[in-house]
Write a protein that binds this ligand. Structure first.
Ligand code: AKG
Ligand code: FE2
Length: 316
C-alpha cells in the first residue's frame, strides 16, 4: 500500500445500515493493512481548529522562562510542558527535536480517577489556551469514541465494547512545536521512528509533508491529510489487544529540506488511552491455529508505565 486511505465518519453515523457497514469495512481493512486512515467529518469545526492553533502558537512563543514554570518534575510529563529534546523514541539516545504540552482528562463524577490523574496545568498568561484545549480535547474524544465503535463491530465485538474503558480514560492531547532547525542535526530528527503507545491516535496537522509511515515493504510513504481531515492510526495497546490483527505502524517526522529549516512545524495528536484497569489481554476471537497468542496479559496502566520508562519520561 502506497497511500493512506480516506474514510468519512458521516457514513458511520448516517443511520443507513449499508453506509455504516461500508465505513466499518473500509477502516477495518485499512487498519489490518497499513494501520492509518485519514478521516473526514470529525467533530472539530474549522473555528475550533483555528482557535486552537492560535493558542498553541501563542503558548510556544512565550519566553522559555515562562514555559518552564509549567514543566512539573516527577510526573513523567503527563501534564503541562515538556521542554525541547526531553523525549526520545524507544531505543534511541538522541532526543527528538520538539517541545510539547499535555492536556489530560477532565474527570467527571469519579473521585477515584480524579486522585489517580494529575490535575491539568493552567497557563495564567493565556486564559483561552486552557479553555480551547479543553474544547478540542472533548471533540477529539467524541470522534475517537465513534471510531472505536466502528472497530468493535469490525472485530465482531458488541458496538459499545470500548465505551466503558474510555469514559474518563487517561487520554492526552499533545500540541507539539518542532522549532526552526538552526544547525545540521547530527542524528536527531523531529520525531524518530516509533509506534504510538495508546489505543488510537487522532492527529491534527498532517497537512504538509513531514509525517511518514512505513509500509509492509519497508518503504517510507508520506502521510498527508486533506485540510478537513484528521490522520488516525492504531497504537500498540490496540494492536496487542487484537493479537496484531490491527496494525500499529511505525511512523516518524523527518526533518524538512534545508530551504525549509527556518519554518516551525505544529502538530496536535490526541492519544486515546483507556482507564488504567482495562485489560489488554489478547481477545479470544483474535487467536486461532494460524495466529497463536503473541502477547502476555497486561493492563493498560502497567503497559503505559513500561513505555514511559523506555521513552525517558519516568524513572524505574
Ligand atoms: O508530528 C506529527 O505529525 C506526528 C507526531 C507523532 O507521531 C507522535 O507524537 O506520536
Ligand atoms: Fe506517533
Amino acid at each position: 500500500m502506497n497511500r493512506i486511505p480516506s474514510v468519512n465518519l458521516s457514513d458511520f453515523i448516517s443511520g443507513d445500515p449499508s453506509r455504516k457497514q461500508d465505513f466499518v469495512n473500509a477502516i477495518g481493512s485499512a487498519y489490518e493493512e497499513i494501520g492509518f486512515v485519514s478521516l473526514k467529518n470529525h467533530f472539530l469545526d474549522d473555528n475550533l481548529v483555528e482557535a486552537l492553533y492560535k493558542e498553541v502558537k501563542n503558548f510556544f512563543e512565550l519566553p522559555l522562562s515562562v514555559k518552564e514554570k509549567y514543566e512539573i518534575p516527577g510526573i513523567g510529563g503527563q501534564r503541562g510542558y515538556v521542554s525541547f529534546g526531553k523525549e526520545s523514541a524507544k531505543g534511541k539516545k538522541e532526543g527528538d527535536l520538539k517541545e510539547f504540552w499535555h492536556f489530560g482528562q477532565y474527570v467527571e463524577n469519579d473521585d477515584k480517577l480524579k486522585l489517580e490523574y494529575h490535575d491539568n496545568i493552567i497557563v495564567d498568561e493565556l486564559p483561552e489556551f486552557n479553555t480551547t484545549g479543553k474544547q478540542a480535547y472533548k471533540m477529539l474524544e467524541k470522534t475517537a469514541k465513534y471510531v472505536l465503535r466502528a472497530l468493535a463491530l469490525h472485530l465482531e465485538l458488541e458496538e459499545f465494547y470500548f465505551d466503558e474503558f474510555i469514559f474518563n480514560g487517561n487520554s492526552i492531547l499533545r500540541p507539539i512545536h518542532y522549532p526552526p532547525i538552526k544547525e545540521e542535526p547530527k542524528e536527531a530528527v523531529r520525531a524518530a521512528a516509533h509506534g504510538d503507545i495508546n489505543l488510537i491516535t487522532l492527529l491534527m496537522g498532517a497537512q504538509g509533508k513531514g509525517l511518514q509511515v512505513q509500509n509492509h515493504n519497508g518503504d517510507w510513504i508520506d502521510a498527508i491529510a486533506d485540510p478537513d481531515e484528521l490522520m488516525i492510526n492504531v497504537g500498540d495497546m490496540l494492536s496487542r489487544h487484537t493479537n496484531n490483527r490491527l496494525k500499529s505502524t511505525v511512523h516518524r517526522v523527518v526533518n524538512p529540506p534545508k530551504e525549509l529549516w527556518g519554518k516551525s512545524r505544529y502538530s496536535i495528536p490526541f492519544f486515546m488511552h483507556p482507564i488504567s484497569t482495562m485489560k489488554l489481554d489478547v481477545l479470544p476471537n483474535c487467536i486461532d491455529a494460524k495466529n497463536p497468542k503473541q502477547f502476555e496479559d497486561i493492563t493498560a496502566g502497567e503497559f503505559l508505565k513500561e513505555r514511559l520508562i523506555e521513552l525517558g519520561l519516568i524513572k524505574k
